[in-house]
Design a protein around this ligand. Structure first.
Ligand SMILES: O=C(O)C(=O)C[C@]1(C(=O)O)C=C[C@@H](O)C=C1
Length: 423
């Protein structure tokens, strides 16, 4: 993987900003931490060599631009360097021989979206946005979906959507459902709000580890932190391990590991991948702590343009629709697929945000019923190039007040191998 230069436009706009820090935690100058910090540096340097010579600085630069998209606080770069320091921009660690130290300064000045310029293309490498920091499962999913990509960490799902919409990334890879925790509703809602297309899916076995600082024992723990999905995927196992301690939700699993490392928290463990343990210099206290060894998360790949559907390999199509006439329409919609022998693989409902309630009846004659209104998301096993799918959707359109095809894309047909550890 080649190194890429950060967008001059973005760096220029960054340097003209009033600034403050994005840092969830930073490492201070304590001698006692020196060894661990050096260890993290060594590991990160190794990662950099193994994974991509330019990845670390690229990630951080893109991370910064993603933070701008979210109108978040931004960070100021100073030129001071200290051997024993690692800086963090919006959750991404960088060693000081790569970048300057961050300093906390004034109030953040919100940037408007119009301040952003599209990033330049970098050869044939795809830039893939994911939510989280290096070591997150979403980063692994991005690597599985696009093996030679430049992965761009984003602090929120919304930012990953916007990164693609604004040409900062070419694709986003985002989780939509997990076999233990269920649907990731936020991404269903964002799919509707943004105009991106689903162009693929990837299923990633998720193998969780309990991570803590070297030397920390289970008995020392007062708290376990992680992504809410990860906490819920490990709930029973944590109890079986005797860890009846506080659970706290953070933005992503690897971010939890990073937080412990940067704050030197000896009473806190993180649920994250073994790769996060390596990246942030933590030890694995317990391995494979997901409540089910077949724990798997399904991610979708998103792009600005749809792909051309084909029929020479298994395809899936995702749609979303709303209707005016209550649940009876749902039966008709499902029949349209059943009639054509098209299997559904997923159905999900979300509140219809602008019209949450349907009032039925007349208050003057016995009162009114108030029903919740929904958006329905359906995945079915057929390509939009398949006449059966086209006819089914033509029929569905007759019953629905709103219908959108979110994407028609190749199904993930890779062999199923649950609970691998080397994420
Ligand atoms: O926090 C991470 O590492 C993520 O990639 C996020 C996420 C999720 O959103 O569900 C992805 C996969 C796992 O199911 C747990 C967490």
């Amino acid at each position: 993987m080649n190194s890429i230069t950060p967008s001059k436009h973005i760096l220029k706009s960054l340097s003209s900003l009033d600034t403050t820090t994005l840092i969830p935690g930073k490492i201070h100058h304590h001698q006692s931490k020196r060894a661990r910090i050096c260890n993290i540096k060594a590991i990160y340097k190794q990662e950099t060599r193994n994974f991509s010579a330019g990845l670390v600085s690229n990630r951080a630069d893109w991370q910064t631009s993603c933070a701008i998209l979210a109108s978040n606080v931004v960070s100021q770069q100073s030129t001071e360097k200290t051997d024993a320091e690692i800086v963090s921009i919006n959750g991404v660690h960088r060693t000081l021989d790569l970048v300057p130290v961050q300093q906390e300064t004034n109030l953040p000045k919100p940037l408007s979206i119009t301040d952003l310029s599209p990033a330049p293309m970098h050869g044939s490498q795809l830039r893939v946005a994911y939510q989280g920091v290096p070591g997150a499962y979403s980063e692994a999913a991005a690597g599985k979906a696009y093996p030679n990509c430049v992965a761009i960490p984003c602090d929120q799902f919304e930012v990953a959507f916007q990164a693609v919409g604004h040409w900062i990334a070419d694709r986003a890879v985002l989780p939509v459902e997990n076999s233990l925790g269920g649907s990731i509703h936020r991404n269903y809602d964002l799919l509707l709000r943004h105009n991106l297309h689903i162009v693929g899916e990837v299923q990633l076995p998720v193998h969780h580890c309990l991570l803590a600082l070297p030397g920390v024992r289970k008995e020392d723990l007062n708290r376990v932190i992680s992504h809410p999905q990860a906490l819920s995927q490990c709930e029973s196992t944590l109890t079986k391990l005797g860890l009846n301690v506080a659970r706290e939700a953070v933005d992503d699993t690897a971010g939890a590991a990073e937080f412990i490392a940067t704050h030197n928290l000896r009473d806190t463990a993180a649920i994250a991948s073994s790769r996060a343990a390596e990246l942030y210099g933590l030890q694995i206290l317990a391995d494979g702590i997901q409540d089910d060894s077949s724990n798997v998360t399904r991610f979708v790949m998103l792009a600005r343009e749809p792909i051309i559907p084909r029929t020479d390999r298994p395809f899936k199509t995702s749609i979303v629709f709303a209707h005016d006439e209550g649940m009876s329409v749902l039966f008709k919609v499902l029949s349209a697929f059943e009639f054509r022998n098209i299997s559904l693989t997923k159905i999900e409902s979300r509140p219809y945000k602008n019209r949450p309630i349907r009032v039925v009846g007349d208050a003057s004659t016995g009162g009114t019923a108030k029903h919740f209104e929904y958006m329905f998301y359906i995945d079915f096993e057929a390509s939009m190039a398949d006449l059966r799918a086209q006819n089914a959707l033509a029929e569905v359109q007759e019953f629905t007040s709103f219908l959108r095809v979110l994407g028609s894309y190749p199904m993930d047909m890779t062999a199923w191998s649950p609970s691998i550890r080397d994420l």
